[in-house]
Design a binder for this molecule. Structure first.
Ligand code: TXA
Ligand code: MG
Length: 332
């Protein structure tokens, strides 16, 4: 049930230059009025980040695209028709409206229309027929795991009324998808995926009827999620395939006194008696949805390591495998 009063309060806070944590189908975002430089400037200290980075502008509908972007290619409209509202962020050439404080001084802007019903209501009301949007990075402290529950935001950033940095947290329950949106750059000669997510390469190539490339052209830090250890949990995270398991078990027992496990059901059951906590998953979707919550929970335990048995590689698993490899990057 959507409480109109919550939406009205959230809109008012945004209009007055405050920060609202919003639920989306991917992860929770930390939203501020995308036209207001002062509100955007509050986002970075709230995330305990000393650097600024380009932000995604979240809009209510496809009509808002023309307000924030220029020379919008046909491919963008095709993808929007197929996947908006949904977990796809498009990088387009920016319009006059998209200022340096949102785009990080680039000539491009990131646009996304999220599908979570609560945030859709909020964005439709905030849009005010003018294409108004909110800039929102994931609502986590810099370098930490993204939030997929309102409680994660409360724990990690806190409410302003309780000494934290967020004026209001809209609780929309657990995020359906669980990892950040796919980011597709449409400003180059070919569409290029800058960040893997639930909208996969084959899904987009099919709609566009052309090849979609993977990875940024240069190793630029423009996508902060592309920093190697961006999604780091507090404990070392070790990835091991099911085949390596017998050897790894002994290695783990020798190396680490206590550890947590994230694995397919059968394997997790085997680990339950010897681990501090064993989380199981039944499918790629199930792991993607719960991974960040598992990591948040494991972070709170006094353990020496986290051991993950990943799903097999596939286009559907590309997003979650990417986040797992980044989460383990510090250690490997
Ligand atoms: O699912 C999501 O996309 C979530 C929810 C809240 O919508 N948001 C999110 O925002 O993940 P953030 O700031 O954590 O990650 C957005 C990424 C950043 O790494 C940023 O560098 C990149 O998008 N980005 C933003 N504008 C860009 C641009 N113009 N060119 C290239 N990358 C850009
Ligand atoms: Mg983020």
């Amino acid at each position: 049930m959507i409480d109109k009063k919550d939406i009205e309060q959230a809109v008012r806070i945004l209009q007055e230059g405050g920060l609202v944590a919003i639920p989306t189908e991917t992860v929770y975002g930390l939203a501020a009025d995308a036209d207001n430089e002062e509100s955007i400037a509050k986002i970075y200290p709230a995330k305990k980040n000393h650097n600024t980075h380009p932000l995604i502008v979240h809009v209510a509908n496809k009509e808002a695209i023309s307000s924030w972007a220029r020379e919008v290619p046909e491919d963008a409209w095709k993808l929007v028709e197929a996947f908006w509202p949904g977990p796809l962020t498009l990088i387009l050439k920016r319009s006059e409206r998209a200022k340096d404080f949102v785009t990080g001084n680039q000539d491009t802007v990131a646009l996304r229309c999220p599908s979570h019903p609560l945030t859709r209501e909020l964005l439709q009301s905030f849009d005010a027929g003018k294409g108004n949007g909110v800039a929102a990075p994931s609502a986590n402290p810099f370098g930490k795991i993204s939030p997929t529950l309102a409680q994660h935001v409360k724990d990690d950033l806190g409410l302003a009324s309780e000494g934290g940095s967020v004026d209001l947290i809209l609780d929309g329950g657990a995020c359906d998808i669980g990892i950040e949106s796919t980011i597709l750059d449409l400003t180059g000669p070919q569409p290029r995926i800058l960040r893997e997510g639930a909208i996969t390469e084959p899904m987009m190539s099919k709609v566009l009827d052309k090849k979609v490339e993977h990875g940024a052209v240069t190793d630029s830090p423009r996508v902060s999620g592309s920093l190697k250890s961006h999604y780091a949990p507090n404990h070392p995270l070790i990835i091991s395939s099911a085949e390596d398991l017998p050897g790894k078990t002994q290695f783990l027992a020798r190396q680490f006194k206590t550890f947590g496990v994230i694995a397919p059901e059968k394997i997790a059951t085997r680990f339950a008696p010897i681990s501090e906590k064993a989380f199981s998953y039944s499918s790629v979707e199930d792991l993607t949805k719960h991974l960040y919550d598992f990591l948040h929970q494991l972070d709170k335990l006094n353990i020496d390591a986290i051991f993950v048995v990943p799903p097999e590689s596939s286009s559907e698993a590309a997003g979650v495998l990417d986040r797992l490899s980044r989460a383990s990057a510090k250690q490997n």
